[in-house]
Design a binder for this molecule. Structure first.
Ligand code: UD1
Length: 416
């Protein structure tokens, strides 16, 4: 299995360009199933998760033509069946095809997604929403099946502003009869990107990006061309790499507005962040200071940045508190950071990190995508050669991470 060997403590410099957002591309690719005719989606990041979504679309009867970061998709007659547990367990975002298939075929059968390393991750809010839209739901033997004659618009209040549930319901409601109002909706930039794409196809969605989204159902959507927004978490991860190596780098292809919850915290931690129109310059020449975070739905501090942020706090001056409120098991990277010399205590969903003078290399193992990002960041700061195994998790969400970091001057190698 491939591993990363990172020889740490190299100062970074230069510019790095962020790829399209994985978390935007996945629902947008699922939404192509809603359309008659061809859609062309640009800026799709070349990642394992995207390859898995492509395979899923092919298995659902879509034609997919891939040219680097552009995917052309056409699904004349979608198949409603996603009953392979292998598919769903490889890609949790497979659940995002439920809304489009239900709307387009009047039926969807999907293998019930299990939990994953970071939490149980139920889909009850997705199902409650489909039920409210008029679907009949049955569950058993590891499958979920939803059926409807017609989806009919209604008012849905989400108990929690779930990103996936908001996306699935927005997609289903786009082809429903009448108006659907989603209250307490997620407001992440990826929700706005998906709504923009559906609207381009002829959908009628207003309010995406606020907690109340109004969707007037239309009878047909037509394939369109759309470019996915830049990945704010990838940008934040490179900012964390600059922070721990006390470097100054420019991060290109970002929407600075989407990064506000991250840049505000970096500034509090003593890191300078200068914002351009589509780039940021991160300068960590000053001492790093401890700054607490609590993960929250957008515009709060993103849970996906929690792990890389703990690597910064591991070498900051003082004691910080990190509270994870979104996922119940998202501290799997912390014992590995401790093996690299970080001083961390965990009490439930709170971690207390006392900044260490330095980190030292060790053999460490990746448990999930963002845990992997945290270990890469920590290894860049550590003295000696860190060996990071199970990096396939990192390949799920970071495009060419080793070549991007190497171009900034990091000493990182992928070995078998
Ligand atoms: C998406 C992102 C993921 C990010 C997360 C939170 C994608 C492909 N993934 O995941 O990277 O970490 O948002 O920003 O976009 N929940 C329920 N019932 C439900 C749905 C969710 O209890 O029906 C809970 C989850 O278990 C979790 C919390 O709500 O504890 C947030 O989940 P959600 O916002 O749905 O995240 P995802 O869409 O799965």
């Amino acid at each position: 299995m491939p591993k990363f060997i990172i020889s740490g403590q190299k100062r970074l410099s230069g510019r790095v360009s962020v790829s399209g957002s994985k978390n935007s591309a996945l629902p947008i690719l699922a939404a192509t199933l809603l359309a008659q005719g061809h859609s062309t989606i640009y800026e799709v990041p070349q990642l394992l998760d995207i390859q898995n979504m492509k395979q899923l679309l092919l298995s659902l009867g879509a034609e997919v033509d891939e040219k680097e970061t552009a995917l052309q998709i056409c699904c004349k007659k979608p198949i409603f069946d996603v009953s392979s547990y292998e598919t769903v367990s490889k890609l949790r975002a497979s659940v995002l095809v439920m809304g489009p298939l239900l709307a387009r075929c009047g039926r969807v059968k999907i293998s019930m997604p299990g939990g994953c390393q970071i939490g149980a991750r139920p889909v009850d809010l997705h199902l409650k929403g489909f039920l409210a839209l008029g679907a009949k739901i049955s569950q058993g033997h590891g499958f979920i099946e939803a059926k409807c004659k017609n989806l009919v618009g209604t008012k849905i209040y989400l108990d929690f502003p779930s990103v996936g549930a908001t996306e699935n319901l927005m997609m289903a409601a786009s082809l429903a009869q009448g108006q659907t109002i989603i209250e307490n909706a997620a407001v992440e930039p990826e929700i706005v990107d998906l709504a923009n794409y559906i609207n381009l196809m002829g959908g009628k969605i207003v309010g995406a990006g606020t907690d109340t989204i109004r969707i007037s159902g239309v009878s047909e959507l037509n394939g369109q061309t759309h470019s996915v927004i830049p990945d704010r978490i990838e940008a934040g991860t490179y900012a964390a790499a600059a922070a721990v190596t006390r470097s100054k780098i420019q991060i290109d292809n970002v929407v600075p507005g989407h990064l506000k919850p991250i840049t505000a915290k970096l500034r509090e931690a003593g890191i300078e962040v200068e914002e351009g129109d589509s780039h940021i310059i991160v300068n960590a020449s000053e001492k790093l200071k401890a700054a607490d975070i609590k993960t929250l739905p957008y515009p709060g501090f993103p849970t996906d940045m929690q792990a890389p942020y703990t690597s910064i706090m591991s070498v900051a001056d003082g004691t910080s508190m990190v509270i994870e409120t979104i996922f119940e098991n998202r501290f799997l990277h912390l014992p590995e950071l401790s093996r690299m010399g970080a001083h961390i205590k965990i009490e439930g969903r709170t971690a207390v990190i006392e900044g260490a003078k330095k980190l030292s290399s060790a053999k460490v193992k990746v448990s999930d995508l963002r845990a992997g990002a945290a270990l890469v960041v920590a290894a860049l700061a550590a003295e000696g050669d860190t060996e990071i195994s199970e990096i396939e998790h990192i390949d799920r969400g970071y495009c060419n991470i080793e070549s991007k970091l190497a171009s900034l001057g990091a000493n990182i190698e992928r070995t078998d």
